[in-house]
Design a protein around this ligand. Structure first.
Ligand code: GLA
Length: 368
């Protein structure tokens, strides 16, 4: 029987968070998304045990959570649920994970809409795939991580975050078709062209687990698809929307239909290096999320408006919404003016200063 906590081995696996350039709440509607993996990532180290305990140490928070290799949904909640969920998901596929001590560390901001949870689940899945000898490919890792999140943690998310984390590539955005899960890598050369993508983390919190606005939006979309007689809103055209009499469902579906179109437009603009066009698409997307899908909040709207007023080409919230972060596309020379503009606007509202930093497309999940 192993007792005590062994010394931490070297970090062996890592998986990144993401920003999404376009395509919000389209992934669970079988639509398109355009995220990229960021350089912030979660690292995992592990040491096999000779009993069946699974212990997870967060070096960031200096806490340890303990469960067993036969954990089931409901056993573990909070951040460690993503780790326990991976143990469980692998087990349901017949890949039994042995007892293990795991260490996790991360610089992906939590609750910022940058997929800290997918980074944790994907890094853990990669590590435990090696430990259990499961031999999963990238799509298999993303699937295990998604099931940990959907079925163990019970956050009813789509699959964008996990796919972005495993398929990330430096210098590239990922066009993902969430119906057939195909991924196209498109160069995103904004830095080379003299632009920066700023994340403005508003500090407003959101949670995707156990109901809340995210789950409500998801069921509204499913209801709209059902009323229109299609498998998913991906299959709806703008003309079909007239058949939705319910005013709220009409607006929800209109967001998804127009957002899907904006993803495909945005890829063309990205390929052409048309940054003014990308900025305009950001603005249209944010308006749609604010007015039709109603997933924005005051902090996000103020960050978008202040960025644009200070010279950004466009800005939009990124991720699940109801808080979290805005991304703003800015000429590199205007980055300073945009960050001070946001700082000032937040101070005027009496809010905490937002955290602001530039992101670039980085590599996907990997063994270190
Ligand atoms: C969260 C979910 C994703 C996706 C986005 C919204 O990040 O995890 O699956 O639905 O929200 O686009």
């Amino acid at each position: 029987m192993t007792t005590g906590t062994p010394a931490r081995p070297d970090w062996g696996w890592a998986a990144p968070g993401r920003v999404n350039l376009m395509g919000e709440h389209t992934d669970y509607n079988d639509g398109w998304v355009l995220p990229f993996a960021i350089r912030h990532r979660t690292k995992v180290a592990l040491c096999r045990r000779d009993d069946d305990r699974v212990r997870v140490h967060s070096t960031q928070q200096d806490v340890t959570v303990e469960t067993t290799a036969s954990t089931v949904p409901g056993d573990v909640s909070g951040w460690a649920g993503y780790v326990a969920g991976v143990v469980w998901a692998l087990g349901t596929d017949g890949h039994r994970v042995p007892g293990v001590d795991l260490w996790v560390d991360s610089d992906v901001p939590m609750g910022a809409g940058l997929s800290s949870s997918a980074a944790l689940a994907c890094a853990t899945a990669l590590a435990l795939d090696d430990l259990a000898g499961a031999g999963l490919d990238a799509a298999g890792i993303a699937d295990v991580a998604r099931r940990a999140e959907n079925d163990y943690v019970r956050a009813p998310t789509g699959v964008m975050d996990q796919l972005a984390s495993v398929h990330g590539r430096a210098g590239h955005a990922l066009l993902i078709d969430t119906r057939d899960l195909t991924v196209e890598h498109h160069p995103a050369r904004f830095v080379e062209d003299g632009y920066a993508l700023l994340v403005i983390d508003t500090g407003a919190t959101h949670t995707l687990a156990d109901g809340g606005g995210y789950a409500e939006r998801r069921s509204e979309c499913e209801r709209a698809a059902e009323l229109l007689g299609v498998p998913a809103l991906r299959d709806v055209t703008a003309a079909d929307l007239d058949r939705l009499d319910d005013e709220v469902l009409h607006r929800r579906a209109r967001h998804v239909v127009t957002e899907d179109a904006r993803v495909l437009d945005c890829v063309r603009l990205l390929d052409a290096g048309d940054w003014a066009g990308v900025g305009a698409a950001f603005a249209a997307s944010h308006a749609s999320m604010r007015d039709d899908f109603e997933i924005s909040c005051d902090e996000l709207d103020v960050a978008v408006d202040a960025s644009v007023a200070a010279g950004a080409l466009g800005a939009r919230m990124t991720g699940g919404g109801f808080g979290g972060s805005v991304i703003a596309l800015v000429a590199a020379g205007d980055a300073e003016a945009v960050t001070s503009g946001c700082r000032r606007a937040f101070a005027e509202h009496g809010w905490y200063e937002p955290k602001m930093f530039a992101v670039e497309p980085g590599p996907g999940a990997a063994r270190l």
